[in-house]
Ligand binder design. Structure first.
Ligand SMILES: Nc1ncnc2c1ncn2[C@@H]1O[C@H](COP(=O)(O)OP(=O)(O)O)[C@@H](O)[C@H]1O
Ligand SMILES: [Mg+2]
Length: 372
């Protein structure tokens, strides 16, 4: 696999504040790679380092095998020699220029003939779905359209690498969903390499060939395909970051795995390892809720009808669990607040309680439903 970007041992501080420390990461040519992490973890700083707007304190950055930053030998290629396109979160289009001029701008710096320039602009404008709007200025466009202009401007010089910094964050939910498929399709069609950064795990799962999950301290916790990250989380931080997470405290007492503060023991797969305190982790959709059968006995504390889904909060020996059930499948099996129930699990991930504590202090984000 050919590597387009190689980041080796990169460090970057602002004064005493260390954003990145010994960061190592490679991105394959032609892939759509996402760096996913909470706000403030250093995603934008990393893109600016790659683009050449910032200079690392230590480490080496290579693009296409060429060293573009290496403080040890004082190499620092300027941004315009790095052959990359970049789109920022706040649509950085020039408000006084038309769509045509905004998109044409990078080519004007390259001294193309007028015909060549017009052809390329029209082709690129069409590619991002903006044909017919070339004469408008940004104030006559929606947020989504402005973001398409920024995308066209980043693509027009046919960069080998496209850096996208949360380009969909300021768009409404429907448009965000639509645009992420479009970005993915463009990436496939143009066969460019994309490095996408976001704090939104749904976008990351939808568009990536591979992704890396970064914690608040800028440390990469796991790298892999969307399936690997979602189904085989390396640690509780990753599990928690990828969606609504339940962590059920489980205590090993002489070989019995007891739940919460009670005496019910987990009848299913047991964790591997000698720790005494564990957390059994699962998503609301991993739980089956019923009135009888094998499982843990509990009581429904809250029942919310969400249309397609029922959302329950279930108490099991002092532990609160978020449980979801498909409304269509739950007919005849609807629970009301205060009713007794039995829960069992389609899938469980075991984490040592110690690691869970560490992960939850590293990430206060996205932990609704977590009760430890
Ligand atoms: N030019 C700067 N000077 C000082 N601190 C900065 C600068 N740029 C970024 N930071 C700090 O670095 C950290 C990471 O920022 P950033 O990369 O923007 O996070 P995000 O992952 O949300 O994009 C933040 O704490 C931010 O305040
Ligand atoms: Mg940012």
């Amino acid at each position: 696999m050919e590597e387009l970007i190689q980041i080796e041992g990169v460090a970057k501080s602002y004064g005493a504040y260390r954003v990145h420390e010994d960061l190592t990461l490679s991105i394959h040519k032609g892939e759509c790679f996402t760096l996913l992490g909470p706000s403030g973890c250093g995603k934008t700083v990393l893109l600016r380092l790659i683009a050449g707007f910032e200079f690392p304190d230590a480490g080496v950055i290579r693009i296409g095998g060429v060293v573009v930053s290496d403080p040890a030998v004082r190499v620092n290629l300027p941004p315009d020699s790095r052959r990359l396109g970049m789109v920022f979160q706040d649509y950085a289009v020039w408000p006084h220029m038309t769509v045509f001029d905004n998109v044409a701008y990078p080519l004007k710096l390259m001294k193309k003939t007028r015909q060549e320039l017009t052809d390329r602009v029209m082709e690129t404008v069409e590619m991002v779905g903006m044909k017919g709007l070339e004469k408008r200025v940004p104030s006559e466009l929606s947020g989504g359209q402005q973001q398409r202009v920024a995308l066209a401007r980043a693509l027009i010089a046919k960069p080998s690498l496209l850096l996208l910094d949360e380009p969909l964050t300021n768009l409404d939910a429907n448009l965000r969903e639509e645009m992420r498929f479009e970005i993915k399709e463009l990436q496939r069609k143009l066969e460019t390499t994309v490095l996408y950064v976001t704090h939104d795990q749904e976008v990351a799962l939808a568009i990536s060939d591979r992704l890396a999950v970064m914690d608040e301290r800028g440390k990469i916790r796991q790298m892999g395909t969307p399936w690997e990250i979602f189904e085989r989380p390396a640690d509780p931080f990753v599990f928690n970051f990828m969606g609504v997470a339940n962590f059920l405290p489980v205590r090993n007492e002489e070989g019995k795995y007891l739940v919460g503060n009670g005496s019910q023991s987990i009848p299913w797969e047991k964790p591997e390892g000698s720790a005494k305190d564990w957390a059994a982790a699962f998503r609301p959709s991993d739980v089956k809720i019923g009135r009888s059968g094998e499982g843990l006995r509990g009581a429904v504390r809250r029942a919310s009808f969400l249309g397609a889904m029922m959302d329950y909060l279930v108490d099991v020996d002092g532990a609160s669990l978020r449980v979801s059930a498909e409304t269509h499948e739950a007919i005849g099996l609807m629970f009301e607040e205060g009713e007794d129930c039995v829960v069992s699990f389609r899938e469980l991930h075991w984490f040592e309680a110690e690691k869970l504590r560490e992960a939850l202090t590293a990430n206060a984000h996205n932990n609704e439903g977590v009760r430890v």
